[in-house]
Design a protein around this ligand. Sequence first.
Ligand code: GDP
Length: 196
Amino acid sequence: MEVQEVQLVMSAVSPTQYPTTGYPEIGLVGRSNVGKSSLTNTLINRRSYARTSSQPGKTRTLNFYEVEHQLYFVDVPGYGYAKVSKQERAKFGTMIETYLTQRETLKGVVQLVDGRHAPSDDDVSMYQWLQYYDIPTLIVATKIDKVKPGVRNRQTSLITKTLGLKGSTTELILFSAQTKLGKDDVWQWIETKIGG
Ligand code: GDP
């Protein structure tokens, strides 16, 4: 998708504040500083549209970015959720849980992990949580320009293994906001999910 027009439509904390246009939505999750704003900006061809982590303020709301009057990117606030198991109901912020489990127009979630490291326990919990609720998920490994090409296969294996992606339908895309590596693949996944 070639994006010309984006606007931050709504910062919402409760379902009554969600947009009502019915456009499909793609949620973006990941711990703070993982590169979420940079990914969003790359996807929409902007240098600095989405907030960067250094700017406080909007971190506690769901931010809906309307793209080309076709879909929303929904910036879901950084992690802070509890560990989950199949027996134990997930408990991370009611707002986030409500959005991710009840929003009918949510077509998929892009979960960002830092491509330089093994996924953290929080990353694993988040991923398991999304799987538990059967939410179509794409894993994007960020900052991959910082990982030498010769080491990328090993990183891919590490992320695959730590998150338990093998045997699942979840795709993993290596991404760099700096080189734009992976940008088209991420868009392709999104377009498949939104039926575009
Ligand atoms: P957010 O908190 O998840 O929104 O993270 P940001 O997008 O604000 O990025 C956090 C920091 O990581 C910033 O200093 C970015 O410049 C840096 N960063 C993000 N993506 C990349 C990337 O693909 N490559 C490199 N080298 N740095 C990145």
